[in-house]
Design a protein around this ligand. Sequence first.
Ligand code: NAD
Ligand code: MG
Length: 382
Amino acid sequence: MTQPQRIAILGATGSVGRSALDVVRAIDGLEVFAISGRSQLDLLVQQAQEFKPNYVVAVDPSSAAKFDFQTSAEVLIGAEHLKTIACHEEVDTVLASIVGFAGLESALAAVQCGKRLALANKETLVVGGHLITAAAAASGSEILPVDSEHSAIFQAIGSGKRSEVKKILLTASGGPFLEFRADEMHGVTVEQALNHPTWEMGRKISVDSATMMNKALEIIEAKWLFDISPDQIEVVIHRQSLIHSMVTFADNSTMAQMSPPDMRLPIQYALTWPDRVAGPAVDFDFSVAQQFDFQPPDFDRFPALELGFEVARVGGSSGAVVNAANEAAVEAFLDRKLSFTDIVSACREVLEQHNFESHPTFEQLVAADRWARQEITKWITA
Ligand code: NAD
Ligand code: MG
């Protein structure tokens, strides 16, 4: 690598966080300066013992108070310290891999402090894309996508000028219910929803993939990352998750990025960019037959998609509202207090009822988030 990187991993105990540590294990020049986690404190300590970071942030004071941290790192307790490590002068890159709205404040702080942001937490852009992009323009912070589709777009888009981009093709596996009829989807179980065909991920994003709300969030994420009109974004179902997204240019040439499904590759690219180095991801095996299938998505069976396009077009506080409604609805579904199909229905209704704000401040986003979560309680059965 051209330059060693000192990294703060926000959400080190999660699926993306653990994959990132695998990348660090494999690549010289990546150094873990700080890690954070909310639960799984034993894993957080194990990670601290292995990677010897300078700081460990335990987000939840109530569980951290009872925990014995046997580590040489300085242990900071409480969510406010996410900003401390995100802005620490010795940190080069912040990997934002906390799940949900909870990741926005620290990601925003990293950008305001001019750090390079490796962004897994797509909710950050869905909720506060206008704040993040404005802060990046002011501080000069670079934002590198970790989401596999956006990493693919980022890699493909360099084949032409930004003004030559005709459209972005966001690929989607379609999740576990791609072939289900609408009437079969109502009663699906938590176990079925968590059983993703091609990716192993955290629980929230797995449910989002099943409703295709994940793709809706990714449409909004793409709009902010690539400064592109939602009308230039298309969703394509690609069952095998081998092509991670594509870009079509003005001359109708389409560039695709492909690799076996493994989050360690987009994570690594965000951490080593602009360099490409050998890492833990394996290459394609063309000595066996490979199949690439594409089909258009069904907007009737997956109404989340239309919601994603709408929110991407309207902007303002609508991202915060749909995101919070979705987070609360997914939590209720996982607690078996809301049906699968009600997740998106509830998001649509909460979006329609909210008081739209065109340029919300951070505080207004927090208020919109709180309001939308409260609205979801009306849908929950005891
Ligand atoms: P996860 O649930 O496995 O991990 C979440 C991490 O955030 C954990 O370290 C947890 O301790 C921490 N956390 C949870 N709530 C918190 C809170 N309130 N405050 C502070 N920290 C908190 O999630 P994940 O699957 O790793 O996803 C992380 C983010 O990356 C999500 O935004 C997701 O959409 C995105 N993403 C994930 C994948 C994937 O393959 N898992 C792929 C693309 C994008
Ligand atoms: Mg993705």
